[in-house]
Design a protein around this ligand. Structure first.
Ligand SMILES: NC(=O)c1ccc[n+]([C@@H]2O[C@H](COP(=O)([O-])OP(=O)(O)OC[C@H]3O[C@@H](n4cnc5c(N)ncnc54)[C@H](O)[C@@H]3O)[C@@H](O)[C@H]2O)c1
Length: 314
């Protein structure tokens, strides 16, 4: 089975490639080592997969429509997992146009190339941010209503619509996966857990924005297993939440980190614009239809992430 993983050098991408290679998929990574965060770090992420003749790196910019088409034409993949994107809520407030370009235009290039080259199944990485700031939790798939609160979320919600349109035009099967705050080794350095741990390792103060904010932190191995389960599904187009299904407040996160960093210093700031107050995935649809079952607890995930950071980040 030939699979293109766009953004395969990224945080989730390289974990996914490592998993797929073990399962003997033939994987083609398309990534341009974008500089949203360190490209060197992305190279390290790829190196951590280890040697395997089951994957190949194609260094290319997905914004180059002709190039994307030629790559798809040459590989003729069965499945495309489209992870490449410009992530991050705060940066999207400063630079919204980049999100339209990366998360919408780039997605259209991938969808068109997939359609023209008869890809059977497109799996799109969307986000819990598409639910906006809702009071009713847990969040079920049908609760996304377009009332998003950041340009990042707007770009993901729009990209979901383009996925639906191109699936209709070219008749490929579509699966949209909405990930809930993913963490683990090589976690993105702009996200809370990654940022906190690297500051704590340097004995620096960490900043907490808002009070009582909670996230459904999900360990990356569970996300990767969920993606592979989704890749194998057959049938109608579907949207699934992939999350732990257990929200954790930022205060609880700090208490967990304190076990490893007892001298932690915390500065409190007010809410940041664009951040939702709570995320909590209702994963019953993914559990029922995909057999998705998170296996790594929050405590175990934090332990593994801190262990990794102590080895890698210092
Ligand atoms: N990490 C999370 O908690 C989370 C939560 C919800 C959704 N998501 C989504 O999951 C996907 C993966 O996220 P991640 O955390 O691994 O991010 P990441 O930034 O680590 O990975 C994205 C990858 O896309 C690549 N890329 C960007 N622009 C490109 C271009 N023009 N051409 C080719 N490659 C390009 C980057 O170089 C990077 O390697 C994204 O779509 C993101 O929006 C992530």
């Amino acid at each position: 089975m030939k699979v293109i993983v766009t953004g395969g050098a990224g945080f989730i991408g390289h974990h996914l490639v490592k998993y797929l290679v073990q399962l003997e998929y033939k994987v083609y990574i398309i990534d341009n080592f974008d500089d949203y965060y360190s490209p060197q770090r992305k190279r390290k992420q790829l190196e951590s997969i280890g040697y395997s003749n089951h994957y190949q790196l194609i260094e290319a910019d997905l914004l180059q429509e002709d190039q994307v088409h030629h790559i798809f034409q040459k590989i003729k993949p069965d499945i495309v997992v489209h992870l490449a994107a410009l992530p991050g809520v705060s940066y999207s407030l400063e630079n919204p146009h980049a999100y339209i370009e990366k998360n919408i235009e780039m997605t259209v290039n991938v969808l068109k190339a997939a359609g023209i080259n008869h890809v059977k199944h497109v799996v799109f990485a969307s986000s819990s941010s598409v639910y906006g700031d809702q009071k009713n939790v847990p969040l079920m798939e049908e609760m996304a209503n377009g009332k998003v609160i950041s340009p990042y979320a707007a770009s993901k919600y729009s990209a979901e619509s383009f996925c639906q349109a191109y699936s209709h035009i070219y008749s490929f099967q579509l699966t949209i996966l909405r990930f809930f705050t993913v963490f683990g080794p090589f976690g993105r350095p702009d996200m809370a857990i990654g940022k906190f741990i690297s500051k704590l390792l340097r004995n620096e103060e960490i900043t907490l924005f808002g009070q009582g904010v909670s996230r459904d932190f999900t360990y990356v191995d569970d996300i990767v297993r969920g993606i592979e389960l989704a890749m194998k599904r057959k049938g109608e187009n579907e949207i699934y939440n992939l999350g732990a299904g257990h929200p954790v407040t930022m205060e609880e996160l700090l208490l967990e980190l304190k076990k490893f960093f007892p001298h932690m210093q915390v500065k409190q700031e007010k809410y940041r614009l664009g951040d939702v107050s709570a995320t909590w995935a209702d994963i019953s649809k993914a559990t029922k239809q995909l057999g998705f079952k998170p296996t790594v607890s929050f405590q175990e995930g934090i332990k593994r992430t801190v262990q990794w950071a102590k080895e890698y980040e210092v």
